[in-house]
Design a protein around this ligand. Sequence first.
Ligand code: H2U
Ligand code: ZN
Length: 353
Amino acid sequence: MSLLDSASHRRLNQLTGEWVLVSPHRTSRPWQGQLEKVRDADRPRYDPSCYLCPGNERANGERNPPYKGVFAFDNDFAALTLHASAQVVAHDGLLVAQSEPGRCRVLCFSERHDLTLPRMSVEEIVPVIEAWRDETMRLGADDMINYVQIFENRGAAMGASNPHPHCQIWATHSMPNEAVKESKRQSAYLERNGSCLLCDYLALEEKLEARIVCRNERFVALVPFWAIWPFETMVLPTRHVGAFDELAAEEVSALADILRRLTIRYDNLFETDFPYSMGFHQRPTDGAHHPGWHFHAHFYPPLLRSASVRKFMVGFELLGEPQRDITPEAAAARLREDSEIHHLDRAAREGRD
Ligand code: H2U
Ligand code: ZN
C-alpha cells in the first residue's frame, strides 16, 4: 500500500493552487447524523403548478410559451442587473466595493417535467449544449460581460428550487473567484512549460487510468487527483478547446454522450436521483486570447456513502482546508464499476420480462 491510499496526506489542486487533505484510513467512521430524503415520488410529465413547465405562469406573473425542447428566459429574480457603469468603486480605507453589472438567465432542458440529463437521449441533450454555446456567445458579446458561468443545481440537497430539468447562467462583468484562480494557474503553467495544464494532466491520467470513469473519442470523465467532494468528477475534451464556441459538431454529440453516461453512473451509484452542482469553466469573454484555457465541466455531488448520507463542508473544511475520506481512486473505481443502463430503465425492463 502506498502513502496515497493508507495515510493522511495533502494533494495539490493544480487548477486552483489550493490543497485538499485526504484521510484514507478514516472511511469506516460511524454516522448518527443527518440523513437526506431519498428519491421523491415519480414526477408527472407535466406539472400544472411548476413555474418552468410550458404554458404555466411564472412567479412574477409572466407566462411560459408552449415550448418544446429547450427554453431560456431572463431570471425573474436575477442576482445581477445590467447597469450603465461598471466602474463605480467605493473605497473607504479598508472598506472596498465595486459595482457588478451582469445578467442571469434560466434554461429549461426540456418541456418534460419528469426528465433529467441521465434520462434524456443524446439527441435530446445536443440542443441543450447548443443553447449553452449560443447563450455564452450572445451574453459574452456584450462589452460589459467578461465571464459566463453556466451551472445546474440538481436535487433539493444542492438547493435546486424545482425538479424541472433546468440550469442557470450568470454572466458577470468581473471574473468570479474560481475562474480567476483557474485562469491564473493555467496561464502560469503555459508560460512555464509551453504546454496546456489540462492537456498535460489529461494525458497523464489517460496513462495511469486509475481515476478515469468513462470516455469516448472526444471527452473523458475522471475523478481529479485533487477532488474534494466524495464523487467529484471533471469532464474534459481530449482536444485543446477553450470554450463552447470552439466545439465541432461531433464534439457537441460526444459531450452529450459523456454527460449522459456519467450522470447515469451517478444515478446508479446509490439508485437515486443523484444530487450535484455541475457547471462549465470556459475562456473569459473579455475579448483577450487566453491560450492557456482548457474548457471543462466540474461535477460537485454531496453524497458520501448512500443516498441519504451526505458530506458536510464544515469545521476543518471551513476553518482550515477541504478534507475527504474515500480516496479519489476508490471513488473512480466505484463509478467505473457502475452500469451505463439507468437503474429505472433496468427496473422497467425487468418488470416487463
Ligand atoms: P435553481 O433551481 O438552481 O434555484 O434555479 C431556478 C431559478 O429560476 C432561480 O434562480 C428562477 C429562480 O430565481 N425562477 C424564475 O426566474 N422565475 C420563476 O417563476 C421561478 C424561478
Ligand atoms: Zn415543470
